[in-house]
Design a protein around this ligand. Structure first.
Ligand code: ADP
Ligand code: 5GP
Length: 205
């Protein structure tokens, strides 16, 4: 058996001992968090579930309601906010554009014995850390800002104005990287996937 397969077997053997935990993944828009998580989930066989956030931003052409996000009108979002249905929620890139983590989604994932992954911004991460001090926190960094810009441009999902907003927020977010327990530089994707799996493995208990 190859070393890689042995490592994977040890990892899956430990799953039964896994305590449900929250895993916060933050990092600038376009750094590759979604891409990285997809690979980790398909390759690690770990019981990870990504919490589906709610947002008031418009869906992209390939995005489905309830799968990529719960897409809410501003009114729907505010009603849920006032009813205390969010663990955290913030206006992320500009005023009036809300993102939030629904309590019910997280509770369901934890009750099923999963590691629940929250892909959220730095402000949301700080709020969750207050409520769940044992959450594992990972910050994903780009190799440099030029690469980040190229990835955002390459994804082709943002208008020029939205991209500028995201890049401005990215610079602010990068200043908070050292508030996270772990930092992964997403340069070579295979390498970043390996680092991510290793972090989870080191936190199995
Ligand atoms: P985020 O979820 O952080 O906003 P995405 O996962 O959507 O970012 O990735 C943004 C773009 O960068 C996508 O087009 C993706 O294919 C690309 N990408 C992600 N990781 C890498 C990598 N390590 N090397 C090159 N391109 C990458
Ligand atoms: P996008 O609009 O590209 O899907 O997401 C942009 C950013 O919004 C993500 O990089 C993430 O930082 C943030 N985000 C997504 N969901 C949530 C959430 O539920 N809460 C908070 N605070 N931020 C979120």
């Amino acid at each position: 058996m190859s070393n890689k397969s042995k490592e994977m077997n040890n990892l899956t053997d430990s799953i039964s001992e896994l305590k449900p935990r929250l895993l916060i993944v933050s990092g600038p828009s376009g750094v590759g968090k979604g891409t990285l998580l997809k690979r980790v989930i398909s390759e690690s066989k770990l019981p990870l579930t990504v919490s589906v956030s709610a947002t008031t931003r418009k869906p992209r052409p390939d995005e489905k309601n309830g799968i990529h996000y719960h897409f809410f009108s501003n009114e729907q979002f505010q009603t849920k906010k006032n009813a205390g249905e969010f663990l955290e929620c913030f206006e992320v890139f500009s005023k009036g554009v809300w993102y939030g983590t629904l309590k019910a989604d997280v509770e369901k994932g934890l009750a099923e014995g999963n590691f629940v992954v929250l892909e959220i911004d730095v402000k949301g991460a700080n709020e969750i850390k207050k409520q769940f001090p044992n959450a594992i926190t990972i910050f994903v960094k780009p190799p440099n800002t030029k690469t980040l810009k190229e990835r955002l441009q390459g994804r082709g999902t943002e208008s020029e104005e939205a991209m500028q907003n995201r890049l401005k927020t990215a610079i602010e977010e990068l200043n908070h990287a050292d508030e996270f327990q772990y930092c992964i530089v997403n340069d070579d994707l295979d390498n970043a996937v390996k680092q991510f799996i290793k972090i989870i493995k080191n936190n199995l208990n």
